[in-house]
Design a protein around this ligand. Sequence first.
Ligand code: FAD
Length: 434
Amino acid sequence: MEVVNDNTCSWINDLSPRDNIQSVTSNLNCEWLVIGAGYTGLSAARKLGQLYPNKKILLADAQLAGEGASSRNSGYLVDSTLNDGFSSNKELDNYKKKTDIYKLGIEAVKRFIKEHQVDCDWNECGKYFASSKKEDKKILENFSDTLSKLGFEHDLLSNKDLEKKLGSNFYNIALHTKGGILLHPGKLVRAMIDTLPENVSLYENSSLLNWKKVNDTIICQFKNGSVKAKKIIFATNGFLKSLGIKSNYNFPITLTASMTRSLTDEEFDSIGQPKEWGVLPVRPMGATIRMTKDRRILIRNTAEVYNPYQMSQNELNKRSFKQKIGIKKRFPQLPNDIIQSSWSGIVSRTRNSSQIFEKIDKNIFAAGCYNGSGIGVGTLFGEQIAVKASNENSKEIETIESRNKPTWLPPQPFLNLGVKAMLMYERLRARSEI
Ligand SMILES: Cc1cc2nc3c(=O)[nH]c(=O)nc-3n(C[C@H](O)[C@H](O)[C@H](O)COP(=O)(O)OP(=O)(O)OC[C@H]3O[C@@H](n4cnc5c(N)ncnc54)[C@H](O)[C@@H]3O)c2cc1C
């Protein structure tokens, strides 16, 4: 099966359509081939283009570049993610390693947007971890303790503060971290496409069907042509497994999200004219919900094991209905039918939430699996996997390599059964937060 384009995502529909799309339609040769043109693949290709100005670098994507998860996400460039507090120094050390990577990810994106003067609705307004359940206070206090130990600026907030800031009295308790950034994911990834170096050739609507290594050449078969490469980087994230990359260490998860139209002046007044904000759930399967700078509400409240290649309109409508209820719960005064679009996107997970950053074999490399932190970490890992594949080192690679490595997953059908059971348990635990 192949990844297909669709026109369901508001972030993508905000942008003007691209032209001059070329696909793999003949037999090509190159020094470097990058598969997957999201944040990771685009950043890898950009870095290779800088490192090897005289070499031919080819970047191929199964759909239009950037229109996978990199355009379909919620736009949180995260400085921290929530864990249930830490009881030992070892766990604190591990959490620090994670946030050190997030920090480098933020720096990588910042460098890119500064160098290319990118407008991606960048807003350093921080982010909230919020819950309607007062009993989640304990989780947030533990988290606050961890953040204090690591020097993250943050505040604990109660219902009254939150109502003013969010325009909703749904939440009873929250923790705000100052370092989170909100942005327009589609604009960011589009800028990465528009600024690719001249020696990078982009091929779209070109799905890699299979690949093999023969002596020192990697031979890649596409529907209407082939590419022979000396070195390859796999950056297909949720589709790493389908290409046989680290199959026992990662699996795809399908997320769906919806976005409303812009609220009218009257509707915006009715919720107290809040400034742009972003809320992440305290309980893992709760809703991510965001007010954009142009007064649209984005909500994501599903995560599931599903066919990663396609979701029918009928199935999407069911998830969109859940999202309509999620918005209604938080903003009962708003009209029922304000959702403008709903879409699905694929992320990649590992068992212990660690990322893949690896030499798979001689001249074969892969990076991916960032769960909800791919904007920053994908940009960082893309750049740094290109450095690693060039046999170079960097302080970023040293930080990345010191993380806990992904752990082994059980084979099918046990994997799907286990993941489904875990998601069901988390969904039950978070049912008030959806
Ligand atoms: C709804 C949703 C909300 C999210 N929210 C956030 C968030 O707020 N913050 C955050 O940091 N992250 C978030 N994420 C995760 C984030 O989007 C990803 O981690 C990030 O996009 C990963 O980038 P990537 O380049 O590695 O992969 P992708 O963007 O998935 O790109 C991989 C590319 O590989 C291509 N591909 C796949 N198979 C093949 C093949 N056989 N041949 C050629 N090309 C192929 C795909 O078409 C795709 O374009 C969210 C994701 C979703 C879906």
